[in-house]
Design a protein. Structure first.
Length: 370
């Protein structure tokens, strides 16, 4: 493959696409408005699964499962290649019923979906297995144990991807904000930034929540929008918690060194990335109710990221309807890290004209009607 590709966006989606194309022999340049890996990809918790996969459309779980088959090999290759360990680990996820100890609607269909998709599931009593958690007393086998759920440490994955792109010969230009496009009849001719104008054979927009703004009038009313998520970080004794715990959309994610993430909010705040006292107090109270050790004293971080929201969490991974050399990979919502390697393969296959591993119609860039 001999072609030039410009990828706009240096998050986990953009860097994964750049790396995939470089592995195929393409010449790749990444343009990033700030610093690579400092937006939603960095801010996310790194759970490698939809929180309750049976509640999502098939287009979401198809892509996450495909990516999950790629992630163990990818993270190990990145570790060996770059010396940066993304800390991929299969830690499992304990899904608790609601606080009223009812078999809530979130469990309906779980067994059937897991059986159809070879996704291990076991009903269990959480208090017997995790006595250190103070999430209340539940009936026997009132929780769901998903032992195959894995995680990565998102900032380290981003560091490894960036270094891999550079080691593979890719060019990364940071602090290059897109200000316009030069278009031909059916082709993009160049992209204009505040650091200059760049031309290529193909162009990929993978700018997360900013994708629609970068596309400007060529967005064709595509429905991608920012969704703010706030997260807390604690530092406690290593081994205090060794699995992801989820209840009513709130989760704890343990790292190997004793850090524990608690999150996250889902807010319509536009492009405002500021943190709020209200969210901090809410997350802190929930975290402390799970683990008494999670307190003001052990709290070491609080941040917000802007997810690229999309209807039903289904991303757009597609060629532009009007321009032959223009592509989009965005709208992954809260599952960008999970979907990244799969999305990179699908998009790269489109550019080189290779066959796809499954039907990708669900991710097509559709022109919305008035």
């Amino acid at each position: 493959m001999v072609t030039d590709v410009i990828v706009i966006g240096g998050g986990v989606i953009g860097l994964s696409i750049a790396r995939e194309l470089l592995q195929m022999g393409a010449k790749v340049r990444v343009l990033e408005r700030n610093c690579c890996g400092n937006e939603a990809s960095w801010a996310g918790g790194g759970i490698l699964s939809p929180l309750l996969p049976w509640d999502y459309p098939g287009a979401v779980t198809q892509l996450t499962q495909f990516s999950n088959r790629l992630l163990p090999g990818l993270t190990e290759t990145l570790r060996q290649e770059t010396g940066i360990d993304p800390e991929y680990q299969v830690c499992g996820m304990l899904v608790l019923p609601d606080t009223n100890n009812e078999q809530s609607a979130q469990f309906i269909g779980a067994k059937d979906w897991c059986e159809r998709n070879a996704f291990p599931l076991k009903r269990m009593c959480p208090n017997e297995v995790f006595p250190s958690l103070t999430f209340g007393k539940f009936d026997d086998k009132s929780a769901l144990w998903l032992p195959s759920v894995a995680q990565v440490r998102s900032p380290r994955l981003l560091q490894a991807l960036k270094k891999s792109v550079e080691l593979s010969g890719g060019s990364i230009i940071e602090h290059a904000r897109v200000t316009g496009w030069r278009m031909g009849q059916s082709q993009v001719e160049s992209v204009v930034t505040d650091r200059g104008e760049y031309s290529s054979a193909d162009y990929v927009v993978a700018a997360g929540a900013w994708s629609r703004e970068i596309l400007d009038k060529y967005a064709l009313k595509i429905n991608i929008y920012p969704v703010r998520g706030q997260m807390l970080l604690f530092k406690v004794e290593a081994g205090l918690l060794d699995t992801v715990v989820l209840q009513n959309g709130f989760y704890l994610i343990p790292r190997q060194d004793g850090h524990i993430l608690a999150g996250s909010t889902t807010e319509d705040a536009g492009f405002d990335k500021s943190v709020t006292t209200e969210a901090r107090n809410e997350l802190l109270e929930k975290a402390h109710n799970f683990l008494p050790e999670l307190t003001e004293t052990t709290l070491v971080g609080h941040w917000a990221g802007l997810r690229p929201g999309s209807p039903e969490n289904i991303p757009v991974i597609s060629r532009h309807p009007a321009f032959d050399n223009f592509y989009l990979s965005s709208g992954h919502h809260r599952y960008g890290v999970t979907m990244a390697p799969g999305s990179a393969q699908l998009l790269s296959n489109m550019i080189i004209g290779s066959s796809q591993p499954f039907d990708v119609t669900s991710y097509k860039w559709l022109v919305q009607k008035e």
